[in-house]
Design a protein around this ligand. Sequence first.
Ligand SMILES: Cc1cc2nc3c(=O)[nH]c(=O)nc-3n(C[C@H](O)[C@H](O)[C@H](O)COP(=O)(O)OP(=O)(O)OC[C@H]3O[C@@H](n4cnc5c(N)ncnc54)[C@H](O)[C@@H]3O)c2cc1C
Length: 800
Amino acid sequence: MTVPSVVIIGAGVVGAALADELSARGWTDVTVVDQGDVPATGGSSSHAPGLVFQINGSKTMTEMARYTVEKFVELDSFHQVGGLEVATTPKRLAELHRRHGWATAWGIETHLLTPEESAARHSLLDADKVLGGLYIPTDGLAKAVKAVDAQLTRARERGVRVLARHEVLDIRTEGGKVVAVVTDQGEIAADIVVCCAGIWGPRVARMVGMNLPLTPLAHQLAWTGQVPGLAGQTVECSRPILRHQDADLYFRERFDTLGIGYYGHRPMPISADDILSVDEAEVMPSVLTFTPDDFAEAWSDTQELLPSTRSAKVEEGINGLFSFTTDHLPLMGESPEVKGFWVAEAVWVTHSAGVGRAMAEWLVDGHCTTFDLHECDVNRFEPHQVAPDYVRARGCQNYVEVYDIIHPLQPMREPRPLRTSPFHPRQQELCAAFLEASGWERPQWYAANAPLLSGREIPTPGDWAARYWSPIVGAEAQATREGVAMYDMTALKRLEVSGPGAVAFLQRLTTGDVDKSIGSVTYCLLLDHDGGIRSDVTVARLGAQEFQVGANGNLDLDWMERHRPADVFVRDITPGTCCIGVWGPKARDLVQPLTVTDLKALRYFRGARTHIGNVPVTMLRLSYVGELGWEIYTTSDMGLKLWDTLWEAGRDHGVIAAGRGAFTSLRLEKGYRSFGTDMTFEHDPYEAGLGFAVKLDKGDFIGREALLARKESVTRRLTCLLTDEVVMGKEPVYDGERPVGYVTSAAYGYTIGKGIAYAWLPASLADPGQAVQIGYFDRRVDAVVAEEPLFDPAMTRLRG
Ligand SMILES: Cc1cc2nc3c(=O)[nH]c(=O)nc-3n(C[C@H](O)[C@H](O)[C@H](O)COP(=O)(O)OP(=O)(O)OC[C@H]3O[C@@H](n4cnc5c(N)ncnc54)[C@H](O)[C@@H]3O)c2cc1C
C-alpha cells in the first residue's frame, strides 16, 4: 500500500503527538500546519499549567494518561513530583477511596494518606483542614510546550513538515473525500486530514460540513506572588501537584509562587467563531482577560487550605480557553460523511500522547489495539446530542461538575426530558422513577408497585448501591419471576437492514449465521478486524431481504454505514418505533388471547409479524431477564394502544410494569453480558464467554482471522462472582493483597438471594469456588467465583 499524504491541522500537544506517532510508524508524508508560531502557537497547550492527574473513572482515559506520562518522562518534558488529592468532607474521603479503587483496577499505584501524611507530602497544607489524601507517585507536571517541541523535532527528523503561520481557510473535497487543505499561503494536497485544532475544532470541522459537538469554555488560572512557605525554592516544583476538589481547586508550584486553577466559577462558554486571530489577540487567542470577581471564593478557599498563602497576593491570571464535550470524553475518529476527514479533539494535555498513539494506530492499522476507543469515537452521539443547544448546555454543566462526585446512575439534570416513549404518560401515572438513557426517559422502578413489598424481605444495600434504588426494584424483579411484567425496551437501538445484499452484508459483518429461515433470530457479535468485540446484536430475519437488528448504539449504525455496499440500506428505526418486553411465567397467558398467532408454536429465538388486538406488531421471542416472553415492537403512533391493550388484558394475571433496576438484576442472574460495561473493543468473544455466538465455519467475516489466533490464547475471563454485599462496578478484585482484575456489572440477585458481580480475572483464577476479594470504598468484600448462569441453567423458563 502506498503511504497516504496526511495534513494535521494544529501543532498543539495533540497534533504534535500525532505527527510523532504517525512518523514513528513509517507514515512520513505528513504536514503539520498551524496558524500560530511553533511550538508556542497561542492555542490551549501554550498556557496549560500541565497538571497530569492520571486517575479517571474511565479505564481508557487512565491508560492514555499513563502512556502520556511515560512518553513525556522519556522526552524530558515531565516533572514527576507525584499528585495529591485531599478530602475536606467525609463524602470526598469516600470518593478518594473510590478513586483509589479505580486506580488499583486500572493498574496505577496510589496510596491513601492520613491528614498528617498528606501534610508531610505537601508542606503548605494545613493538616487540620483535611480528613485524608490520595497520593499518586507517578503523577506530575507536563511541560506542554516542551513536549510539543520534542515531538515535532522527532517527527521532523523523520521527514514530517511543520508549517507555522499557515492558517487553514478551507478543506477541499471531491466525491465525498478530502483532497486538499487550503491555507492562506496556498494549497496542500492530502488524502487524510486530521483536525487537531482544539477550541477551533468546530470551525475547522464546519469546512467539511461536520458538526463537531464541542464547547470552548474559559477556565480561570491565577498565579500568586511569592508564597512565604516556598521562599528560596530554586527548582520549579518539588511538592506533588495538589487537588482540593471540594472547593473546585488545583495547585502547582512555580519556583516560589503558586499556580491556582479553578472550576468553581460560572461557566463562560464562547463560540469557536468568536475566538480572536493570532494577530488580533492581546496575549494569545486562547487567553481571555482575567475576571477577578469570579476568583474571589477560590482565593479565600486557597488561603483556608494553604495558610502560607495568606500573606501572598494573586498577581496575575487568565481566563484560558479549552474544550468541553457533552460527556467529558474526547472526540476521535473519521467524519461519517467525508472520507479522509478525521478529528482528535477535546483532549487534555494529560491524555494527549495516548490520543496521538491511538489515532496513529487507527489510521495506520485500521483500528486501535492499545486502547479501547468506544467511549471516545466521535460517531457515538445520538442526533439530539449534537444539537447546538444541547452541546452548549452539557458542556457548561460538565465544566461545573469537573470535580463533582458523580454516581454511576446519576442522570443529567438538564436538558430533560428529551426523548419519551409512547408509554410515558402511563409510566407517569404509575409514578415511575425515571433515569435517562441516550436521552430517553427510562423508568428505574415504579412507586405504584410499593404494595408488592408486602410480605417480601428485600435487603437494603449499603453506601452508594442504595442510591437511585428502592426496595421496589427487588419486588419488581421477584414479581417478574413469579408472574408477568411489562418492561419499556424502547431505548434499545433498532436498525433495519434491507436490500438485495443484506444477507451477504450481515454474514460478513457479524459472527453469526443469519442466512436462516424468515422468522429466525440470531444472537451474534460485531467484531473489529483485530477480533475485539464492537457490539453484541440480535439479528431478526423478517423477510428475504429484510432484517431488524437489535443493537447497542450509534457506533453500530456508523460501523454498518461504513461497510455497507450500495445494494444494502441501513435505517435507524428507533425513533419511530417502540418496544415492550412482556416477560414472566404468565406471559403467554396474558398475550395469547390478544393474537391469532399460535405463541406456543413461536419457539425461542423466533419472531413473527402479527397483531396484538388492533396493533400491528413484530414479536421476537427473546428475553434478557431469562423468562418466557417476547419483545413486542410497534410504530410509535400505536405504542400507547399497545401498552393499554397489554395492560388491560394483564389485569387478570396481575401484570406489573417493571423498571431497569429489576431488569439489570435479572439479567445478571442469567449471565447476559452488556456491551460497553462487561465487554468492549479490547475483549474477544472467547474471553468474554461468548464463544457460542461465533460461527467460525460459516465462511469469512470481519475479525475471523484474528479470532483464530486469539481463541487459543485466552488468559483472562469475564467471571461471575457471588458476594454478600452489593458493589457498584469498576472496583478492583484482589487475590490476597494482589490486584488481579476489576468488576464490570454488579447487582443484587433477588431470586438467588446473593450479590452478583461480573469481573475480568486471570483465567487461572476464574474457576468456580475460587475465593477473591473486591475492594469496595474502604473495605474488602468477600467474593467467590460461581458457575454461571446462576438462574435456570437448563433454560426451562425460556423454552417453556
Ligand atoms: C487555563 C487552562 C488550564 C489547563 N490546565 C490543564 C492541566 O493542568 N492539565 C491538562 O491536562 N490540561 C489542561 N488544560 C487543557 C489543555 O491545555 C488542552 O486541553 C490542550 O492543550 C489542548 O491541546 P490541543 O492540541 O487539542 O489544542 P491547542 O493547543 O489549542 O492546539 C490547537 C492548534 O490548532 C491551531 N489551529 C486552529 N485552527 C487553525 C486553522 N484554521 N489553521 C491553522 N491552525 C489552526 C491553533 O493555532 C492551535 O495551535 C488547561 C487549559 C487551560 C485553558
